[in-house]
Each structure stands twice: as C-alpha cells, then as structure tokens.
Design a protein around this ligand. Structure first.
Ligand code: G
Ligand code: G
Ligand code: NA
Ligand code: MN
Length: 254
C-alpha cells in the first residue's frame, strides 16, 4: 500500500495524535502557549514524525482534511483543559501551503473555535515564509481576515526562507519564530549571535514579538534573554508531549 493510502486509513483509525510543546515567556517564566505538533502512532512502527509524512500529505492533498482535524483537535483540547479547570490556554497550529489554498479554511477555523468555545485570541497560526510567498495577494487577504477575527499569526522558521523584510511590512504578522538552526550555536558563533540579535531588534522595532525555537541549554537561554527575546520553546524547558502529560504541567503551574 502507498503511504498515501496508509495515511488515509491512519486518520480513519484514529492513529493521528497531537503532541504539545510549551512556549515560555522569557520576561516572567509564564507559559504563554503550546504548539500542537502532529504525530502518527503507527500500530507496527510506532511514532512517525510529521517530517516523514507531511510532504506526502501535502502532495496528495490529504493535508487539507488532516489540517482540519489538527485544528479541531487542538481547539477541543483547549476546551478540555478549560473544563478541567486548568485555565485559558493558547495554542499554536502549523498551516501548510495547501491549506491556505483551500477556500474553506477560514470557515473551518472559525467553526473549530466556535464549536469548542475557544476565543480567536487563543489561537495562533504558524506559517512559513514559503506559505506566504505561494500567492501573496490571496494570502494578504486571508491573513487580514484572520487577524480581523483576532487570530494571531506567526512566521515559522524565520530566517531560513526568502526572508524579505518587505513581507514583514506587507503581511499582518504578530510574531516571528527564529529558526532553531540560528539558536543551535549561540552563544559562541558570532554570525549566529549577530543574526539572532538582529532579528530580535528588527522584529521589536516593527512591533512584533519574537520566539526562539530549539532552546536546549541555559547558555542559549541567557543569551536570548539578554538580546531581548520574548518567548522560548525547546527541550531545555520541555519536549513535545501528549496532552495528558501537558495537563500535569498545567496543574503544577497553578
Ligand atoms: O515535531 P517535529 O519536529 O517532528 O515536526 C516536524 C515538522 O512537521 C515541523 O516542521 C512542523 O512544523 C511540522 N508539523 C508538525 N505538526 C504539523 C501540522 O499539524 N501541520 C503541518 N502542516 N505541519 C506540522
Ligand atoms: O518546523 P517547526 O518549527 O514547526 O518544528 C518544530 C519541531 O522542532 C518539532 O518537531 C519539535 O519536535 C522540534 N523541536 C522542539 N524543540 C526542540 C529542541 O529544543 N531541539 C531540537 N533539535 N528540536 C526541537
Ligand atoms: Na511550527
Ligand atoms: Mn519552526
């Protein structure tokens, strides 16, 4: 069977699940949100990374129903945490290029929020520069409508694509996520230190907040905090984990 057929069956059989990774404020240490990260729990091979199956899902168009499932599941989980008395949690969801070409995307997102009683301000969408560049005119309109609804927008893997500063001006963006390849060798690598500091300074001067991805050490954390970075995400604080394990983390927070 092709991976595509298997993926279709995986969704029907409920083999897809979401992991969540905390995003923590560098200003006060508070949990500001959780990034939802897709996993495929294959009955024979175990957990499969999205890096392996998202490309297939994108090529086949499967990413549209999968992405819709991700949005609904993430919103449902936020509602479950609220119902469990764990407070108002923000969630970030990754969007693929194919999804932004789907004319039903906006409706699907609003339905997922509404059906679960989640406010738009609790949802953040992560898009890469290549998603933005797919169709600038259409995407400017889509993102403006999302922003009007109160949904926040973040540029993922910032610095790795065709990072034109003009896009930051043109698109209604709230936040940039510095790609983890720039974070990996700070402190120490002068180029990466310069790039990281420059992204933070530029983003701030445009009124955007900054998340650093892939933070694994205290030294990275110290550097980022000194450079004024707002939020960190990475193994240093917590790896992506299933919802039940996040609940334990949220309980401790209270
Ligand atoms: O969690 P992990 O490092 O394995 O993720 C690998 C890649 O898969 C990352 O680039 C991440 O953005 C992407 N990814 C994870 N979950 C989703 C999802 O729900 N939708 C899309 N489009 N991409 C995702
Ligand atoms: O492309 P995107 O930024 O969505 O990728 C997120 C991916 O990064 C997730 O799959 C997650 O597993 C991975 N990740 C999260 N924290 C760390 C970290 O501290 N180090 C490394 N190497 N990867 C991380
Ligand atoms: Na992401
Ligand atoms: Mn990223």
């Amino acid at each position: 069977l092709s991976l595509e057929t298997n993926l279709r069956k995986a969704m029907e059989r409920g083999e897809l699940l979401l992991y969540y990774q905390p995003q923590v404020s560098l200003h006060d240490g508070r949990l500001v949100g959780l990034e939802a990260l897709l996993r495929w729990n294959h009955p024979e091979t175990g957990l499969i990374s999205p890096a392996e199956f998202i490309p297939v899902a994108e090529d086949s168009g499967m990413i549209v129903p999968i992405g819709r499932w991700v949005l609904r599941t993430a919103c449902r989980q936020v509602a479950l945490w609220r119902e469990a008395g764990l407070g108002t949690i923000n969630v970030s969801v990754n969007l693929s290029v194919r999804q932004t070409r789907d004319p039903h995307l906006l409706r699907d997102i609003l339905d997922a929020l509404h059906d679960n009683g989640v406010s738009p301000g609790q949802l953040e969408l992560e898009i890469t520069e290549s998603v933005l560049m797919d169709n600038v005119k259409v995407n400017v309109e889509l993102l403006e409508r999302l922003q009007t609804e109160g949904i926040r927008l973040s540029i993922d893997d910032f610095g790795t694509g065709y990072s034109s500063m003009a896009y930051l001006k043109r698109f209604p963006i709230d936040q940039v996520k510095i790609d983890r390849t720039f974070v990996r060798d700070i402190p120490g690598n002068g180029d990466d230190e310069a790039i990281t500091s420059a992204i933070i300074a530029m983003a701030h001067s445009l009124g955007l907040s900054v998340v650093a991805e892939g933070v694994e050490t205290a030294a990275q954390l110290d550097f980022l905090r000194s450079a004024g970075c707002d939020v960190m995400q990475g193994y240093y604080f917590a790896e992506p984990r299933p919802a039940e394990q996040v609940s334990a983390l949220l309980t401790r927070r209270m």
